[in-house]
Design a protein around this ligand. Structure first.
Ligand SMILES: Nc1nc2c(c(=O)[nH]1)N[C@H]1C(S)=C(S)[C@@H](COP(=O)(O)O)O[C@H]1N2
Ligand SMILES: [Mo]
Length: 316
């Protein structure tokens, strides 16, 4: 099987090295963070034995679950990334096409300081944390993944939302040359997601640059994605190029494609069935028996307050 990292000099590898160098520079300049460094740099070989030149250090997070990790192989081979096809292994086979060098994220809309960030700037923006989160797909499977990133709130604080800002829209890359899945109209491209501003500012909402101590593999949304652990996986947009603060609730790709099945909120909620299947149980990838799905994917303690005044069967 083809792999994003198998070719001698893949675009992602070049980016990887750049990230590693910039991260190392950042670490050298920051003695304070050396004291809290928790994860040693990974070796030059990845878990599946291929060259994998990049690793970076991060701090452990109080928000991490102690549950057993899903294997690196499952995390990077069983993916949803419709830009590269709708099959679970399409992303690992196709995402090597994605060029991530020179990537920027543009923050626009209702902010006092609109700004474009490159990945180097993002890496230096805040201490990187390892967050071991459950990811629960709307398709009733789940994984436990050690992400690397920092709270999105740190980025939003920097651009200073105006008093009008109430929502945050996330827009993924549109480039059918690199993303063959976009030649089919399976979704209204580019992929878009949205959060209420207070959801985006919640400390659990992670701007994510890596997993398993390494930079994000392309199929997991390189070079920068969102991870929103109390919502169904599709809210966690991959390969983001634009973040737009808005006054009105933004349209989202899944809501546009099928409004009766996918609402704006998309909170993990075992009491609200998907119209075509129950959401009461889930299969943890790598396990045989199904387990009960928890309200807000088990993150109620931190997020239930956000929805106190909302009827969650209407706002599903
Ligand atoms: N741009 C983009 N982001 C996306 C998707 C997608 O198709 N395109 N799929 C979503 C879905 S349905 C899930 S479950 C998660 C899967 O993330 P993973 O493959 O890294 O586990 O990514 C989400 N983000
Ligand atoms: Mo999903």
């Amino acid at each position: 099987m083809k792999n994003a990292f198998r070719s001698d000099i893949s675009p992602s590898e070049i980016t990887s090295r750049t990230l590693f160098e910039s991260r190392r520079r950042w670490m050298q300049g920051s003695l304070a963070s050396l004291a809290t460094m928790a994860i040693a740099p990974a070796s030059a070989k990845s878990r599946d034995g291929k060259d994998f030149p990049v690793a970076f250090e991060s701090e452990k997070s109080e928000f991490s679950t102690a549950e057993k990790l899903t294997t690196y192989s499952d995390v990077t081979r069983y993916n949803n990334f419709y830009e590269f096809g709708t099959g679970k292994e399409d992303p690992v086979e196709q995402a090597h096409r994605l060029k991530t060098d020179g990537w920027t994220i543009n923050i626009i809309g209702e902010v006092h300081r609109p700004q474009r960030f490159d990945i180097d700037q993002l890496l230096r923006l805040a201490p990187l944390e390892e967050r071991i989160y459950r990811l629960r797909c709307v398709e009733a499977w789940s994984m436990v993944i050690p992400w690397i990133g920092f709270p999105l709130s740190k980025l939003l604080d920097l651009v200073q939302p105006t008093g009008n800002a109430r929502y945050v829209e996330f827009i993924s890359l549109y480039d059918p040359e690199q993303m063959p899945g976009q030649r089919s109209a399976v979704l209204d491209w580019p992929y878009k997601e949205g959060l209420r501003l207070d959801e985006a500012m919640n400390p659990l909402t992670l701007l994510t640059l890596g997993l398993y101590g390494e930079i994000l593999p392309n199929q997991n949304g390189a070079p920068v994605r969102l991870v929103v652990p109390w919502k169904y996986g599709f809210k966690s947009a991959k390969s983001i190029v634009t973040i737009k603060l808005t006054e009105k609730q933004p349209a989202t790709a899944w809501n546009v494609s099928n409004p009766s099945e996918y609402g704006f909120y998309s909170n993990v909620n075992p009491q609200v069935s998907h119209p075509r299947w129950s959401q009461r149980k889930e299969r943890r990838i790598g396990e045989f028996l199904k387990r009960d799905t928890e309200m807000f994917n088990g993150y109620s303690e931190w997020v239930a307050d956000l929805y106190r005044d909302l009827d969650l069967s209407k706002h599903f």
